[in-house]
Design a protein around this ligand. Structure first.
Ligand code: NAD
Length: 500
């Protein structure tokens, strides 16, 4: 190992330990290619040790009173707030997004931690008094055991925080497998969780790639798996982990459409489209990557392109940056290849962001705002999730035609309609087959009072992350029917019917 570059540690049974693996990968700064750290692809034995620590810790953690669990998350949310700037700086260095956007990434996770602190009321069961003579029925919502989480690179703070706080708050223990591309901010958040009082063995972290993920899917002592990432990998995780008898929730890829009606507020709509398509260099699962301009709104295309062109491409640490680098040189090559496919297949390249001049960051994985018009659903740029700052513009005569376009796409993660018409918005909300719907809101990620969701190809499993649904996901219901006899009550006769 090169001694100058720090290594990312595993967390096993409360100790941050060096992996014994010989397989290490670089964590690089996408704006400079500087190697920030080495991340291990940990061994099967290390996964075994993490699961075993989590199984052991579950024996006591499951009995820990609600108030004790809750207070850990009260402290944790404060520690995250206190360390916000440092967390954002680590995140920007390894992921590339701008510093304000990195703070947003941490903040959206922090909201889930705040929600976890209210676990008492969230995990309450139901009670019905006197369902038959002197009989009461009630439910207990008990933790499952060891749960695991597998997370993507694009929100290395928010998405781990979607998972382990709610899993642990509900009484489970956890094994987290962060993205190998940007694990450092995740590890800092994990350190803060330990500082907040998460006991040893309750939260464990292993690093790695496909082998580690497969090991998690197969492990007989892991009861549930939460996955967020691309559709092919999520589908594999869902199938493999369900085959092994686990509960699985997989939140996956997207092609999010905005439908723009001509009565929309033009100024607000165009700003919203530009921000949501090109922000975070298009590497958000909720980024708008396709716009359907309806009727007269088709005339807004030149103005949309003019606004996109003004965006500032630079390192995420630089003041005034709108678009940072893509995560890896491979991701950049892939996006550039897709842009070329768009040209080859006949879409009109209105704005070409390839090879921008970013002074001082010549080695960065940059591509500027890129906009295609005349896009048809059979084109590669429309069929694939590009995951870069590339917007595909389509056209429709009517709202219904636009709805048909959106519903014919295999993905159903997020969508937005821009209009001043309540009736049109209502029609859209009812007819669209997409999980998150925004009405004049471009990136409608629900706050944790609700749960994240998804339709069709964007989600596998019934229950979404955070909010109420995840309490169901991380608990099993036990229904108790009870009757207590008074000492002096007369003993009845044998009853062979089904009545209570
Ligand atoms: P990814 O699928 O490549 O990786 C996700 C996780 O799976 C990582 O931890 C990775 O190590 C692991 N992995 C990668 N290849 C694997 C393989 N062959 N077998 C087993 N495990 C493997 O995703 P990514 O590139 O890190 O993230 C971007 C994707 O995530 C996009 O498709 C985006 O839309 C999606 N995403 C979805 C949501 C959502 O809520 N729907 C949120 C964020 C990101």
């Amino acid at each position: 190992m090169n001694n100058q570059v720090p290594t990312v540690k595993l967390l096993i049974n409360g100790e941050f330990v060096e992996s014994k693996t010989s397989d290490w990968r670089d964590v690089t700064n996408p704006a400079t290619q500087e190697v920030l750290a080495k991340v291990p692809f940990a061994t099967g034995d290390e996964l075994e040790a993490a699961v075993s620590a989590a199984s052991e810790a579950f024996k006591t953690w499951r009995k820990t009173p609600i108030g004790v669990r809750s207070r850990i998350f009260l402290k944790y949310q404060q520690l995250i707030r206190d360390n916000m700037k440092e967390l954002a700086a680590i995140l920007t260095a390894e992921q590339g997004k701008t510093l304000p956007d990195a703070e947003g990434d941490v903040f959206r996770g922090l909201e889930v931690v705040e929600h976890a602190a209210g676990i008492g009321t969230l995990q309450m069961g139901e009670f019905a008094n006197n369902v038959a003579n002197d009989v009461d029925t009630y439910t207990l919502r008990q933790p499952l055991g060891v749960c695991a989480g597998i997370t993507p690179f694009n929100f290395p703070a928010m998405i781990p925080l979607w998972m382990f706080p709610m899993a642990i708050a509900t009484g489970n223990t956890f094994v987290l497998k962060p993205s190998e591309r940007d694990p450092m901010v995740t590890m800092r958040l994990v350190e803060l969780a330990v500082e907040a009082g998460v006991p040893k063995g309750v939260l464990n972290v292993v690093h790695g790639g496909p082998d580690m993920v497969n090991g998690i899917c197969d492990h007989p002592d892991i009861k549930a798996v939460s996955f967020v990432g691309s559709t092919p990998v999520g589908t594999h995780v869902y199938n493999r982990a369900s085959q092994a008898g686990k509960r699985v929730q997989c939140m996956m890829g997207a092609k999010n459409h905005a439908v723009v009606l001509p009565d929309a507020n033009k100024e607000q709509t165009l700003n919203a489209l530009v921000g949501s398509c090109f922000g975070a260099a298009g590497q958000r699962c909720m980024a708008v990557s396709a716009v359907v301009l309806v009727g007269e709104a088709r005339n807004w295309l030149p103005e949309l392109a003019r606004r996109a062109e003004k965006l500032n491409v630079n390192a995420g640490t630089e003041e005034g940056t709108d678009i940072g680098p893509l995560i890896t040189p491979q991701a950049l090559e892939r996006v550039e290849r897709l842009v070329q496919a768009g040209i080859d297949e006949g879409a009109e390249l209105v704005l070409d962001g390839r090879s921008p001049n970013v002074r001082g960051y010549e080695k960065g994985n940059f591509i500027g705002p890129t906009l295609f018009s005349g896009v048809r659903p059979d084109m590669t740029i429309y069929k694939e999730e590009i995951f870069g700052p590339v917007l595909c513009v389509l056209e429709a005569e009517t709202l219904d035609e636009a709805i048909d376009v959106v519903n014919a796409n295999p993905n159903g993660n997020g969508t937005a309609i821009f209009t001043r018409s309540g009736a049109a918005a209502h029609r859209y909300q009812e007819k669209i087959d997409v999980g998150q719907v925004g009405i004049n809101v471009p990136i409608p990620v629900p706050v944790p009072l609700f749960s994240f969701t998804g339709s069709r190809g964007s989600k596998l499993g019934d229950l979404g992350p955070y909010g109420k649904q995840v309490v169901d996901f991380y608990t099993q219901t036990k229904t108790v029917t009870s009757r207590w006899f008074d000492e002096d009550e007369k003993v009845g006769s044998v009853n062979t019917t089904i009545n209570l």
